[in-house]
Design a protein around this ligand. Sequence first.
Ligand code: SF4
Ligand code: SF4
Ligand code: SF4
Length: 173
Amino acid sequence: MPAAADKPDPGRRALLRGSWHRPAPALRPPWTDNETLIDRCSRCDACLDACPQDILVRGDGGFPTIDFMRGQGECTFCGACADVCPEPVFNRRQEPPWNLTLTVNKDNCLPHAGIHCEACRDACEQSAIAFRPRLGGPAQPDIDQEKCNGCGACLSLCPANAISARAPMEETA
Ligand code: SF4
Ligand code: SF4
Ligand code: SF4
């Protein structure tokens, strides 16, 4: 009878049975990319436990994924996730830390329905959200992708759930 330490873990057993599927691209922690993370992450959860903002969750396959609707709702780029990771997953020399695209869904955005709201601009420390004045209605938001660092603050504070974040690889997936 094999010792407990010799038994493959559930993920490895699934891999050996051929039932493992490669998780789709998702919002990953800063200083990572989807491919490197899937290849090297041991799914130990250390980064989840270390995030003071509580925005990291176990995503598809148990791999760490960002959820801006949790905890403090934004990444402060504190580096705690990278510091605690025991695997070669994070590249702290990667600048910027990630390339998320934040977009406003006009169908949900309140000013597009004639209701005044500038909560996203107030949340943005990068001053990346400008409001375009228009005749006959409240000004509408426009995110400057050059200024935006993808922190997620606007997304989590939008009262209409009108802002979404997308990782680069999600666009072609
Ligand atoms: S950099 Fe800090 S706030 Fe951002 S995901 Fe990592 S631990 Fe959380
Ligand atoms: S700390 Fe590293 S190895 Fe552990 S779950 Fe997070 S990314 Fe994966
Ligand atoms: S995600 Fe971008 S636009 Fe939104 S608050 Fe952060 S820097 Fe500003």
